[in-house]
Design a protein around this ligand. Structure first.
Ligand SMILES: Cc1cc2nc3c(=O)[nH]c(=O)nc-3n(C[C@H](O)[C@H](O)[C@H](O)COP(=O)(O)O)c2cc1C
Length: 206
């Protein structure tokens, strides 16, 4: 059975971001997909220290937070949803530290795993936060599921978010499109070829 992993960057396990996730999860279950939520935002997550030991070991050097165990779940998943509350017009710092280390430390292919970003703010900053989160997918060969609006919900509390009927509708449509994409990719069998090797930083190639 296809599986979608959700990473909630909020410290509130039942807050606005979780309300958006719940709307998606009930659609995904109705479509026959499995889901799992990892609660990231309440954990102490340090930033990447660029030691590059992961390039030799394929895992993060720090084992005191759920990065390495989440990596195994990510590898097994067909889709990844990353959700964040907006802090000063950006995704929150805990989630960004988590995602930097999760994506940088893992050598497994993320190619054609379907991604979706979900953001939640009281009033402003959803669009800029949404753009930041989508960058993790678009550098990883991950097709991005879309909806009838950018994937955002508004509220200060979960009760507010439950009143955002357009936000909730956006989440339901997003989940349907995500399930469709996951099935369509699985039906292909083989994935497109990926070229690797070129790694240039300057125009003369050095
Ligand atoms: C440190 C901090 C910074 C915030 N910055 C913003 C902001 O820039 N714009 C905004 O609309 N809401 C801001 N908020 C409010 C949250 O983004 C908003 O309440 C969000 O929906 C909470 O989601 P959650 O319940 O999933 O944590 C901020 C909240 C905190 C704690």
């Amino acid at each position: 059975m296809a599986k979608v992993l959700f990473l909630n960057g909020s410290p509130h396990a039942k807050g606005c971001t979780a309300t958006a996730f719940d709307e998606m999860i009930s659609v995904l279950h109705g479509e026959g997909l499995e889901t799992e939520v990892v609660q990231v935002g309440s954990r102490a997550v340090r930033g990447c220290v660029a030691c590059n030991s992961c390039s030799k070991t394929g895992k993060c050097v720090f084992d005191d937070d759920p990065i390495n165990e989440t990596a195994a779940k990510f590898e097994a998943a067909d889709g990844l949803v990353i959700g964040s509350p907006v802090y000063y017009s950006s995704p929150n710092g805990t989630l960004l530290s988590f995602l930097d280390r999760l994506f940088y430390s893992t050598a497994f292919s993320k190619h054609m795993k379907v991604g979706a970003a979900v953001v939640s703010c009281r009033r402003g900053g959803n669009s800029s936060s949404f753009d930041v989160l989508n960058k993790y997918f678009s550098i990883s060969g991950m097709p991005i599921a879309t909806s009838t609006y950018w994937n955002m919900i508004h509220g200060f509390t979960a009760e507010d978010a439950r009143k955002d009927s357009e936000g909730l509708q956006t989440m339901r449509n997003l989940a349907r499109n995500m399930a469709f994409l996951i099935r369509a990719i699985a039906a292909q069998g083989a994935l497109p070829q990926v070229e690797r090797g070129a790694f240039t930083s300057f125009c003369d190639g050095k």
